[in-house]
Design a protein around this ligand. Sequence first.
Ligand code: NDP
Ligand code: MG
Length: 396
Amino acid sequence: MSRVQRITVLGATGSIGLSTLDVIARHPDRYETFALSGYSRLDELLALCLKHAPVFAVVPDEAAAATLRAGLDAGGSRTEVLTGERGLCAVAADPQVDAVMAAIVGAAGLRPTLAAVQAGKKVLLANKEALVMSGALFMEAVRRNNAVLLPIDSEHNAIFQCLPGDYARGLDRVGVRRILLTASGGPFRQTPSAELERVTPEQACAHPNWSMGRKISVDSASMMNKGLELIEACWLFDAPPSRVEVVVHPQSVIHSLVDYVDGSVLAQLGNPDMRTPIANALAWPERIDSGVPPLDLFAIARLDFEAPDERRFPCLRLAREAAEAGNSAPAVLNAANEIAVDAFLRGRIRFPEIASMIGQVLEREPVVALDSLDAVFAADQRARELAGEWLTRHGR
Ligand code: NDP
Ligand code: MG
C-alpha cells in the first residue's frame, strides 16, 4: 500500500467507534484519523481528539462546539470543530478521505453515510439502520458512485468473507442456496414469556457475549437486531428474505454461514470482538492484526444451534414481514423500533410492549413506494408520530 489512509470515524465515541480507533492505533503506518464525531459524550470526544489528532471533530451544535474548542485549545490541539449534519456530511465526503466508518446509531446516521457513498468512498457500514431505512436508494447510490461498501456487522462481515469475490453476479450464479444468519439469542434466550414482562433495561443491556451500545443491546434482547440484520443481508447480498435463515447459536463463535448448492457450508469463526470485522473491512482485501486473541477451540469445546422462537420474540417475525412487504415497511419498522427502544430504556414501556407498539404502527401505516430520500424521511416521521400516539393512548 502506497500511502497512509485517512479515515473518518462517524460515531467515534461509541462502542464501534472506540474499537475502530483501537485497530487504527495499532497501524500508524497504514491509517490516520481524518475526522471524529461525537454527540453527547464530549469529554470522551475531547480525549480522543487529543490522542488521535484528527483534522476535524464534529459535534451536534454550537454550544457543544464551544465546549470542545475550549478543551482542544487548552490541550494545544489544532483540530478544527464542525457542527451538525452538515459537518458530518462534509467530513464523510471530503476529497482527502479514503474510508468512512459509519458507526452513528439509528436514523441519524443515514444522511452522513449516504454522503460518503455519494462521494464514492470506501464505506465501512456498521449503521445498519441506514440500510434498513433506504435499502433500494442506498444500494443504487453505491452502484452509481462506485463506492466500496464493506459490512462491519459481524454476521454480514462473516457472510462477505464466506462468499466468492464475484457474488455480486447473483447468489444463484455463484451457487449459493441459503445464507445462514447466526444469532446469539441475547440475554433473554431462555427467559419464559411471563418473566419478559418484568425485565429491566439493565438486564436487557447485559449481553452475554458482546459489549455494545444500549440501543443495539436492547435490539439484541428483543431479537429486532436479527430482524434488522435480515433486512440488511437482503440488501447487501441481493437475497430475497426467503433465502436468509436465522439460526440461534448461543456461543457467538460462528458469526454466520453460507450454504452452497453442492452441500458445502462455509462459516466464519472468531472470538466475539468487533475489532475482527473492523480490521477485516479496513484492510480488505489484505489482512492485519486486530488485537483480538486467537480462537481457542478447546476452551469453547462445543457449538450449539437452535431455531428462533418467534412467539417469544415477535420482533423477528415483524421484521421478516416488513422485509417481504418491502418499500416503506422496513423504514416504518425501524423508526417505530427506535421510539420503542428509547421508551423502554426510559422505563416508560415494558419489554414485550416494544413488539406490540411496532406491530400496531406497522398495521396503521400503509406501505408506500420510496423513490427519494425525502420519501424515506417522511415514512420515518409518520412512524415516529404513530409510535408517539401509541404512547399517549397507553398513558405513557
Ligand atoms: P453506541 O451507542 O455505542 O454509539 C453510537 C454513536 O453514535 C456514538 O458515537 C454517539 O455519540 C453517536 N450518536 C448517537 N446519536 C447521534 C445523533 N443523533 N447524531 C449523531 N451522532 C449520534 O452504539 P454502537 O457503537 O454500539 O453502534 C453503532 C452502530 O453500529 C449501530 O447502528 C449499531 O446497530 C451498529 N452495530 C454495532 C455493533 C456493536 O458491537 N456495538 C455490532 C454491529 C452493528 P455519543 O456517544 O457521543 O452520544
Ligand atoms: Mg450483528
